[in-house]
Design a protein around this ligand. Structure first.
Ligand SMILES: [Zn+2]
Length: 164
């Protein structure tokens, strides 16, 4: 579901924060899936290489074919099945992640409102026709609020960003 910021219902800051948190966790899962599928692919290649060489080396210079134990084939089959499962899961995770990022790009701009009297600030999601110094609403103290800044909600996707 995609919510345009100028349409009802307007997205709230809570929704935006939840979306950012979800993107972070999906990005982490997607990274882990990437590592896992690389590991499984390398494992499969090694096993396939052993299989091919065990059968064909003897044509070249070995006097007799090398027979691999039965469990080798089971292991190979299990590795193959697991890598298919990981591949499917990774696809699902990445599709979700992309959808959330598209939504984030639409609503990920934050407008900060500041009170003229007491300097208290509050945030809300950007709406169409917002501009800096636009007057909007009243503060709890009775003063007029204005748009003091607009910024893109940070999206820390790398672990390095999170430490800052
Ligand atoms: Zn105020």
């Amino acid at each position: 579901m995609t919510v345009e910021p100028w349409q009802e219902p307007k997205p709230t800051m809570d929704q935006l924060r939840r979306l950012v948190a979800r993107i972070q966790s999906y990005a982490r899962t997607s990274r882990i899936m990437g590592y896992l599928s690389t590991i499984f692919l390398i494992g499969l290649m090694l096993q396939f290489g052993i299989l091919v060489y065990s059968q064909f080396l003897y044509f070249l210079w070995f006097p007799a074919p090398i027979y691999l134990p039965e469990w080798f084939y089971y292991v190979m089959f299990i590795t193959f099945a697991l890598s298919m499962v990981i591949y499917g899961l990774a696809n699902t995770v990445n599709a979700r992640l992309n959808r959330y990022i598209i939504e984030y790009r639409r609503i990920g701009v934050v407008v900060q409102l500041r009170c003229e009297e007491c300097n208290r600030t509050s945030d809300r999601v950007w709406e169409k026709d917002d501009f800096v110094f636009k007057k909007e609403g009243q503060c709890a103290c009775g003063g007029t609020q204005y748009v003091s800044q607009m910024y893109i909600m940070p999206l820390p996707l790398k672990d390095k960003d999170k430490e800052k």
